[in-house]
Design a protein around this ligand. Structure first.
Ligand SMILES: Nc1nc2c(ncn2[C@@H]2O[C@H](COP(=O)(O)OP(=O)(O)O)[C@@H](O)[C@H]2O)c(=O)[nH]1
Ligand SMILES: [Mg+2]
Length: 204
């Protein structure tokens, strides 16, 4: 049988208020570009990037909202099968920070229990327009025991680091599952939650 060009497939999601820079972060990470023109109207579903980590080829399918966040109509189908979530606010926009709790309720309601998530305070290149101090982002992250980065899609700060650390945390969980599972089939039984990973092959 032909070898798949990857060992694992992870579905990741970007969530957060409209305008915080989700699409920009996605383009920065997957294509290393930043463009200010009408990026939010593109309306893509997801982008793919394959990375290599600890000797495993990991295909990332990263989903971006196509404006549904404006109407709070992000539902279970968007979250289905997701293993990682990047919850984004904009450090220059207080509303986007105040919406974190709303997004958390949304994640709680729709995502799997074991989903790995992190908090990103984007647009950290705009220090002069900052409204949310770093300490506030840190506090939320500490409350939930998750990672936190301030990022800039524009200046390319912490974008790759954030994505890669999220992937690394997910991979750590999976490798623990692998050790526990005496895995004979080529599917890694991740977290015993059948909705959790939809396509997770181990070709090692
Ligand atoms: N200064 C700055 N502007 C950004 C950054 N990321 C996104 N933007 C701008 O913020 C606006 C909204 O970005 P977009 O990616 O469409 O946000 P989305 O609605 O969350 O997908 C656009 O004008 C972007 O150019 C950033 O890191 N720094
Ligand atoms: Mg967008």
């Amino acid at each position: 049988m032909a070898r798949k060009p990857y060992d694992l497939l992870f579905k990741l999601l970007l969530v957060g208020n409209s305008g915080v820079g989700k699409t920009s972060l996605l383009f920065r990470f997957t294509e290393d570009v930043f463009t200010t023109t009408f990026i939010s109207t593109i309306g893509i579903d997801f982008k793919i990037k394959t990375i290599e980590l600890h000797g495993k080829k990991i295909k990332l399918q990263i989903w971006d909202t196509a404006g549904q966040e404006r109407f709070h109509t992000i539902t279970t189908s968007y979250y289905r099968g997701a293993v990682g979530i990047l919850l984004v606010y904009d450090i220059t926009n207080g509303d986007s920070f105040n919406s974190i709790s709303m997004w958390l309720r949304n994640i709680d309601q729709h995502a799997g229990n074991d989903v790995e998530w992190m908090l990103l305070g984007n647009k950290c290149d705009m220090e002069s327009k900052r409204i949310i101090p770093t300490s506030q982002g840190k506090q939320v992250a500490e409350q939930h025991g998750i990672r936190f980065y301030e990022t800039s899609a524009r200046a390319n700060i912490n974008v790759e680091k954030a994505f890669l650390n999220l992937v690394e945390d997910i991979l750590d969980k999976i490798l623990m599952g692998e050790i526990n599972s005496l895995n004979r089939s080529f599917v890694i039984p991740v977290f015993k939650n059948k909705n959790f990973i939809v396509d997770c092959y181990n070709h090692v």
